[in-house]
Design a binder for this molecule. Structure first.
Ligand code: F0G
Length: 400
């Protein structure tokens, strides 16, 4: 049976799947969902997942739930809270590829999800579990995107949504979404990290907690990698590059690679490259120093407000994925992010600032010779261009 277990493998603590604990009762580390070997063969499952794209069943039409053999399941078709998330395109980089010096660059645009960010992939799984648990109110701390996503899915589930945001730091577009979907906004003086601490300290039993330390969120986000391999006809690219904030998404992708390799869907995995913003770079610093513990950045600062995070909770899980894949962690300046974001716009794709860390990082890795020009590279765009319109208008004014 699918169950929860401690994410630190030598701890070996296991819990019931629906236990609402967020940390291992024995060692305090984060929990994860343990996925059993699928009962169907590999070629049959690959075929079935693809076939489901032509089905109108709500679970099949979701780019998350059509991979349900690798998800906590048993909710039944009526139990799923979905907005038809996932199934987003893989777009070839043109001007961006030339700018970074690459011949084979792809963007997987997770910003083209219902609320405009990758958070929807995790939120459908988290909200489905919240509903199963009988929750009537859900909450998260957020730099904006999780708030927008939680608000939409809570509305669908008929639950009250409450979002804790660092005052004056989330983009107006994201706030507007959360308000539009009817969530209650609580603004905290301080950073995202402070907002998360305040929420966690509350430990209100009437509030179901939906940040990415919730292991169900990670399961939903994981499916982006299943869909990516499917789009590449199960060819494995050399690199998978993504932005790092609280490091939930990096953890999710690492988990996907481990499971798909263990159960024989792929023979090797792409190297995971996590890119942080220089002013909010605790994992990149740790990586550069070869340290064994993460030191938080007390006052994170970057114009890429989505990733203005100094104390990422999922750093251990994320690092496991980077090491497993032979990847690395790095950082880029706000100026480099700005240039890369403008290029992604000129390529007709667009993204929010945090997502542009990927192209900025890639350009540096190709210039230094670490990434070969002919490598096949997939960059993850995490948020839609319209997520932070102030940033775009301000950049244009500055360029005049
Ligand atoms: N990109 C965007 C657009 C984000 O909104 C986030 C995180 C990240 C990247 C980083 O992902 O935290 O999994 O490493 N946004 C969160 C939020 C923190 O509240 O919306 P991560």
């Amino acid at each position: 049976m699918t169950h929860l277990r401690c994410s630190v493998s030598h701890c070996e603590t296991t819990l019931d799947l629906h236990d609402r604990a967020l940390a291992c009762p024995k060692c305090g580390n984060l929990l994860e969902v343990a996925i059993e070997a699928p009962k169907t063969g590999v070629p049959e499952l690959k075929r079935l997942w693809l076939d489901r794209r032509t089905s109108n069943d709500a679970r099949d039409a979701s780019g998350v739930w059509r991979f349900r053999e690798f998800l906590p399941d048993g909710y039944g078709p009526a139990g799923i809270v979905t907005l038809g998330e996932g199934n987003v395109p893989l777009v070839r980089g043109q001007k961006t590829a030339a700018w970074a010096g690459l011949n084979r660059l792809w963007f997987k645009h997770l910003g083209w999800n219902p609320t405009g960010s990758f958070k929807d992939l995790g939120m459908t799984a988290g909200m489905t579990e919240a509903k199963f648990a009988g929750a009537t109110a859900v909450a998260c701390a957020s730099t904006g995107n999780t708030a927008a996503s939680l608000a939409a899915y809570a509305a669908r589930a008929g639950m009250a949504g409450r979002v804790y945001l660092p005052a004056g730091q989330a983009s107006a577009n994201k706030l507007a979404q959360a308000l539009d979907f009817g969530a209650e906004l609580i603004e905290i003086e301080g950073s995202f990290d402070d907002a998360l601490n305040i929420l966690l300290e509350k430990a209100d039993p009437n509030l179901y907690f939906l940040n990415s330390i919730n292991p169900f969120r990670i399961e939903g986000q994981k499916t982006a990698m299943f869909e990516l391999f499917e789009q590449l006809e199960w060819r494995v690219p050399d690199y998978l590059v993504l932005p790092g904030g609280n490091l939930g998404n990096s953890s999710a992708f690492g988990k996907a690679f481990m499971e798909l390799k263990r159960y024989g869907f792929i023979e090797k995995v792409p190297r995971i490259v996590i890119v942080q913003a220089k002013g909010a770079n605790p994992l990149a610093r740790m990586w550069a120093a070869g340290a064994t513990e993460l030191e938080a950045v007390a006052q994170p600062e970057t114009d890429a407000t989505a990733i203005r995070i100094g104390n990422p909770r999922s750093w251990k899980k994320a690092l496991d994925g980077v090491r497993f894949s032979g990847g690395r962690v790095m950082d880029v300046t706000d100026e480099e992010i700005g240039e890369a974001k403008a290029m992604i716009g000129r390529d007709g794709i667009g993204c929010e600032p945090a997502s542009a860390t990927t192209l900025a990082g890639l350009r540096k890795l190709v210039a230094s010779g670490e990434v070969d020009r002919d490598a096949e590279v997939v960059a993850i765009l995490t948020g839609h261009a319209l997520k932070d319109t102030d940033y775009i208008i301000k950049s244009r004014k500055a360029a005049r």
